[in-house]
Design a protein around this ligand. Sequence first.
Ligand SMILES: Cc1cc2nc3c(=O)[nH]c(=O)nc-3n(C[C@H](O)[C@H](O)[C@H](O)COP(=O)(O)OP(=O)(O)OC[C@H]3O[C@@H](n4cnc5c(N)ncnc54)[C@H](O)[C@@H]3O)c2cc1C
Length: 619
Amino acid sequence: MAKVKTHFEESDVLIVGGGMAGTGATFEARHWGRDLKIVCVEKANIDRSGAVAQGLYAINCYMGMQWNENQPEDHVRYARNDLMGMVREDLGYDMARHVDSTVHMFDEWGLPMMKNEKTGRYLREGKWQIMIHGESYKPIVAEAAKKSADKIYNRIMITHLLMDDEKENRIGGAVGFNMRTGDYHVFRAKTVIVAAGGASHIFKPRAVGEGMGRTWYAPWSNGSAYALPISVGAKMTQMENRIVLCRFKDGYGPVGAYFLHLKTYTQNANGENYEKKWYDHTKELVGEYIDHHPTPTCLRNHAFIQEVMAGGGPIHMVTKEAFQDPHLETVGWENFLGMTVGQAVVWASQNIDPKYTNPELTTSEPYVMGSHATCSGAWVSGPEDLSPPEYFWGYNRMLTVDGLFGAGDTVGGSAHKFSSGSFTEGRLAAKAAVKYIEDKKAEGIKVSDKQCSDLKETIYKPLENYTVGRNEITGGTVSPSYISPIQGLQRLQRIMDEYVGGIATNYMTNENMLNRGLELLKWLEEDLEHVGAEDYHQLMRAWELKHRTITSQCVTEHTKFREETRWPGYYYRGDHLKLDDKNWHCLTVSRRDPKTKEFTMEKVPVYHIVDEKKEKKAS
Ligand SMILES: Cc1cc2nc3c(=O)[nH]c(=O)nc-3n(C[C@H](O)[C@H](O)[C@H](O)COP(=O)(O)OP(=O)(O)OC[C@H]3O[C@@H](n4cnc5c(N)ncnc54)[C@H](O)[C@@H]3O)c2cc1C
């Protein structure tokens, strides 16, 4: 340990994660805080990090207010409908009213936007999506962040948040280590914005062994966005609302452009429209929600899953018709080449040319996110002018820990933000963080050397475990005294898969299974004290695993608490198979006590701010 070098950095605004939300936060912090010190710390390299690393083909959230295409309240209605009523409308509205200005900046910065030749407007893929040539999307937003920050640290994984030793429940910074040099980094800060993406690989993926890592969601998104705040006692919301995606089989290529722009459609193995078949059955479970337009994402999944269980699979995307048009054929391929090259490679390897063969679809393993068609994440304050008192405590996007802010996948309750909305939310969080400093709320923060040195011990312990334990290995990787990160990961994935509603059980769980899952997760947590890392890369894997495990515990506690099946197609509570608006038209909020590590759960009213009178009030 004595050999590990320690670096100290002080800042006013510290941004953890330089993905879409993190780059937005870094950019905006400079706008409002001209003289402040702004530092962004990223696990990879911000030029190609996060879910947008490979590029995107569409910006999925753009109102088009200048042409009166949509207004923010339309987006609130849309997200509310898709999430079966359960969103924070104050957060959604706030993001939506600002998102167009973000997209206009992307345009100015040189992101190639497709234009409708007749109208001159951005080319629409769907009601909310506009099309881009987006291979360069991430480097472009990274450049804005690099020009704004005092310093960007790449290759540093943040493992813990620092707390103020003087004032309870106030943030003091963060610590982590450099995966290349192994150096220890202490970032003391007045405010911290966590923008570390969502969580993949907590549920066992469909692709294991040779295909491991081939998931829809970025395999490097390891739930730090949740584990960091949970560990310091911040409240979380809607963590049960994991997402399952319908995607092209094996490559997880996106289907949005296919459905919306190419007008392709799905059918079962007999060429039938299977969705209609499941209408009555779904109505039994969720009532009138099945009649909403557009059909909520989870309910479309539900029909898919039921059809496959009833023997109607495989399900295909009908591409053969659209691909006869050379323009649409080009769009179909370009869609992958700009964001998911792997899907084209998979099709080549399986001899699938979508012009002649309708490709197969699948439903993915579940992921935890806050920015897609799902809204797991931190419980944050909303904006002053919109939020009811229960949703407002001084600073927009501040968590229930003073001075700790969140954006993008970190923030719960506000679905359908996507790349542009996450960048926008980063901007909103940064503006509020600067105000927090200007209001002198961050004076006199003290982070003791002891706190930093204790965390140093903790962080490097897996290296120590390995160095000592490897002497007992007699063959292969089997050690009597430590487990490797990959062994721990596979154990975690099986627990989540088999007990918490993964693919092994067709997304089914119940209270007994969840209790057993929680028990097994507890034992895993104990064993992770003995995780061993043979180098700095494995040390990162060890900490990713620890963050995934804390996130998984929170997901499981939430899933147990909500005694209904609110989102069939995302998961099912077999002991409460129906949607229950009478008892569960509410948001779920948890807090893990940092000392006892026990979770407490509560129901919080869901306020319908848009169309208040027409909508059902919170229970
Ligand atoms: C497969 C896929 C397809 C998508 N397609 C579209 C689309 O077509 N259009 C669209 O608009 N949106 C799309 N999205 C949504 C969009 O990518 C996300 O909404 C957005 O990236 C979320 O921003 P974020 O900053 O919260 O997370 P990310 O952009 O994922 O950024 C998180 C960052 O945090 C870093 N990080 C993580 N842990 C740590 C740590 N411990 N320490 C330091 N750094 C850390 C990561 O390396 C990463 O850079 C898609 C998402 C996925 C997963």
